[in-house]
Design a protein around this ligand. Sequence first.
Ligand code: S3P
Length: 460
Amino acid sequence: MTESVAQTTLSTHSSGLTGSVRVPGDKSISHRALMFGALAIGETRITGLLEGEDVLNTAKAMRALGASVEPKVAADGVVTWVVHGRGVGGLVEPDGVLDMGNSGTGARLLAGLLASHRMTAVMTGDASLRSRPMDRVVAPLGLMGARFESRAGNRLPLTVIGTGEPVPMVYESPVASAQVKSAVLLAGLQARGATTVVEPAATRDHTERMLRHFGAEVRSEPAADRPGAVAVTVVGQPELEGSDIVVPGDPSSAAFLVVAALVTTNSEVSLFNVGLNPHRTGLFETLKEMGADLTIQNEREEGGEPVGDLVVRSSKLKGVVVPASRAPSMIDEYPILAMAAACAEGETRMEGLGELRVKESDRLAAIADGLKACGVKVEIDGDTLGVSGCAGAVPGDAIAEVHLDHRIAMSFLVLGLASEQPIGIDDDDAIATSYPSFIADMTTLGANFKKIAASSRAPA
Ligand code: S3P
């Protein structure tokens, strides 16, 4: 019998990424489209859904809660996901454990749904998700009347004992988190009366936009006496009506291709149909400050979200200071920004990164350890990350540890394109959670990626 050897990917200096790519559907919007479709009466038809593992786990969970969720493939190959929902308050108790895989968004939004239905349900996830804090949703949902049983620190597996009659409330969230906001608003859908979440800084507003699209009354206004804070209110017990949803391309996935084109010499890449929700575009703003040749064309609105096409060309980048106030609009983009910073001239300081410690991995540590292994000077000072740029001469010659984190994996593969010696990652499986065609898309553009045995510690 021959033993199959686990493989991973090695990235080697490349010159000239060229061509165009349609990036996969937005992960945040895809989760919400399936969940809100499951809460609506009638049919919801979703095109452009991200078919990554995270979203497919949400689809499974919605089926387990009684909705019908099926992909339909048309003769021209276009896939439409068709959801038949059960109406607000109509989800049924699942007869098995709900496994949300790697997805914090899936788990936290689902907690809001389970907490507001009279049912007992158990939720779990992979080793990464089981280590992430759930207190941030358990606390507010508990105030609304749900009960929870869990391991220490409210980590998964988590048993939710939901209430059919959640109490409407005003919740002052201590963290700027769209997941927390959305979990409470989703529970608020079932409450008699209005539920308000006050977030300390504005975060992505996909939940608000899409709930309005399904017919709910949702208001957003600046919070009284708290500069920068936003109060978001949903009026409970609406009739949500099945709708058509067009999911734009994910700016957080586009980010990897954008930085790849910037740091690889002789590149020009076009990216079509990228979501440009203003609460998601902090990376593009930062890269422009660093000197990126990045233009947005064809700005338009699709399915209630702003979208556009991006054209990116190789650029000489310089270090900048990225203020903490920008973090909510680029919270998922710091790993790839750190790679751009490593290739830039001068130091880049990224402030206010505390939340990075509780993402799919401790991203502050994963970025810093990986960059140091690649010969880049890095400093962590509290919640600030400083990266000393190598002005286009990153040594490389390392295998970066991914810690089950898709964005860490893709980031180091991008850095390998511009480094003097190859950079590998210890595991490329995690990429499938958000961007299953990443390696294929990058290879088509001209990236020098090759498969190596996962056990090889030396890159070459
Ligand atoms: C998300 C919100 C963000 C982000 C995550 C997706 C969402 O998390 O990091 O990838 O879809 O609501 P937080 O709300 O924890 O900041």
